[in-house]
Design a binder for this molecule. Structure first.
Ligand code: CP
Length: 309
């Protein structure tokens, strides 16, 4: 809650200071260590999180549900289709009604404007489970994963290759907040949209765009890609054709530092954006990254509920 009594939401990491995000990452690491010791602090006992999904999810659904259970709380899982939202009840009305029942709302909805509309009317904290603009829970897991393997991300060389999407947008925000050097290589057909372009500009020297994916990967400490066909995209064949030169394969990874990590938020389309050799290879940390969704989100939940660990 802020001083006016309205809750703070977790919608995009650029709404937060470095110190706040660092605090959540530290808490995520601490909760992960406690879990490995068999300690499941009941910090959210009797709290209820509503989870609304407009689209498919494996990691977000399961990790939020398990995270709430491990902390002593409960979840209600809803698809947009089974709610009156699909019969044109407004987001604002939905938010106000849900706020009378539950302690927080996690929502996956493609339109970021719709997320903001719901959050504006909610009187409980709202967590963004992915919009077209941002994937803040994913970036928290990615940062945690990099730092577990390689230490402080400040000054690290991070390269994004492939499609320009919500995870990239969150990485641009992370580069500015955490002081890593982000190099982006995306085809001009899928060059960043207006609000991502603005954030790239704001990040200044922390972010650079490079046309050639091979040049972008040279000397990288971390190489990241994502699916070429995101939720809502209807031009799969065309996207695969245009993005083919951006595939992360062993030839491309060979240009990065020899101990560079490979990340992908998953689900992966093997043989498209990444080959089996890379995603199953020794540099890949994709399953640590997926696991860390659980630990990072538990920290986000504790922050949202104002709970100290
Ligand atoms: N990375 C991610 O958000 O996975 P899901 O779509 O399975 O939730």
């Amino acid at each position: 809650m802020n001083s006016t009594g309205t809750p703070r939401h977790f919608l995009s990491i650029d709404d937060f200071s470095h110190a706040e995000l660092r605090g959540m990452l530290n808490q995520a690491g601490a909760l992960k260590a406690r879990l490995k010791d068999g300690d499941r602090p009941q910090l959210l006992k009797d709290k209820v999180l509503a989870m609304i999904f407009e689209r498919q999810s494996t990691r977000t659904r399961v990790s939020f549900d398990v995270g709430m259970r491990q902390l002593g709380g409960q979840t209600i899982m809803l698809s947009g289709q089974e709610m009156q939202l699909s019969r044109e009840e407004t987001l604002a009305d939905t938010a106000q009604v849900m706020s009378r029942y539950v302690d927080a709302i996690m929502i996956r909805i493609l339109s970021h404007a719709d997320l903001l509309e719901l959050a504006e009317a909610a009187t409980v904290p709202v967590i963004n489970g992915l919009t077209r603009r941002a994937h803040p829970c994913q970036i928290m897991a990615d940062l945690l994963t990099f730092e577990e393997h390689r230490g402080d991300i400040k000054g690290a060389k991070v390269t994004w290759v492939g499609d320009s999407n919500n995870v990239l947008h969150s990485w641009v925000n992370a580069a500015e907040l955490f002081g890593c050097e982000l190099t982006i290589s995306v085809p001009e057909e899928y060059s960043p949209e207006k609000d991502l372009k603005e954030d790239i500009k704001r990040a200044g020297s922390a972010v650079r765009m490079v046309e050639d994916p091979r040049e972008a990967v040279e000397g990288a400490d971390l190489v990241i890609t994502d699916t070429w066909v995101s939720m809502g995209d209807t031009d799969a064949a065309e996207r695969r054709r245009i993005l083919k030169p951006y595939q992360v394969n062993t030839n491309l990874m060979a240009l990065a530092n020899k101990d560079a990590l490979f990340m992908h938020c998953l689900p992966a389309h093997r043989g498209d954006e990444v080959t089996d050799e890379v995603i199953d290879g020794p540099q890949s940390v994709v399953f640590d990254e997926a696991e860390n969704r659980l630990h990072a989100q538990k920290a986000v939940l504790c922050w949202a509920f104002g709970v100290e660990t």
